[in-house]
Design a protein around this ligand. Sequence first.
Ligand code: CP
Length: 316
Amino acid sequence: MKQFTAVHDVTDIDALVKDALACKETPFAWHELGKYKTLGLLFFNPSLRTRMSTQKAAYHLGMNVMVLNVDKDGWKIETEEGVIMNSDKAEHLKEAAAVMSQYCDVLGIRSFPELKDKEEDLKDQVLNDFLKYTTVPVISLESATRHPLQSLADVVTIEENKKVARPKVVLTWAPHPRALPQAVPNSFAEWMNAIDVDFVIACPEGYELDEQFAGNAVVTHNQEEALKDADFVYAKNWSSTTEYGKCVVQDSSWMIDNQKMSLTNEGKFMHCLPVRRNVVVADEVLDGEHSLVIEQANNRTFAAQAVLKNILKGKR
Ligand code: CP
């Protein structure tokens, strides 16, 4: 594996999931693999899970880790080509990426969309510029369009908890007071379309995910109909796709509570976290026996470890 930015970077999803489960079983079995190797983690935006789980995954593999909060600790980075750099941005991404490649054997990048211009965000410029100007493998820690480490952890969690060979998985939009990116649902949809599940997306009108991510998923505006007989309910807010980046629907009737979960096939509840209690999901569901959110967060470590392991093996 040379890079991990989307499901299409993975040649064998089943094998990668098995690798993640093997890492969970014996986390230190490959401790020599990353000896004398350095992982650089660059954050243009905040993180709890991605930062800590990827760091832990690297330690399991014997790697050193350097974390840079670009938004707080680094020079402000210019991303435009050919720009006259007389503003507050002191360093161009071209040099920053090339220099970090001297210090690190693998780089992880987190860079969210601005949610102002759909076409601009779909270009995923920061991630793609790092892919262009680094000389080492790159892992997306959530980009403007996708969150593949989260999705891999989600696939691992579904694999561990499914009771039937082809479970029904429902991705449902849920309310939130702020406009959030579409990276998590985009990515989740791509990965669900790549594995053998009955996949349904429920969202209000104007929130349909871009076709390149939703693929052949069944899309409905009727949440209760979608939840019927679901084995997994994946709740997530995202901002409008037609009034791009705006928070135009605040309808609290989309919140997931026990009444909604009672429509399912004793379905498991999933969310990538962080989550706003009693806005996105009721306490009774989040604290209930069918919630998988902590297990999902735990699996982030082993998803990251499986990806790093494959990258390191490729480097040998
Ligand atoms: N789910 C997730 O990526 O969490 P963080 O934003 O805290 O990393």
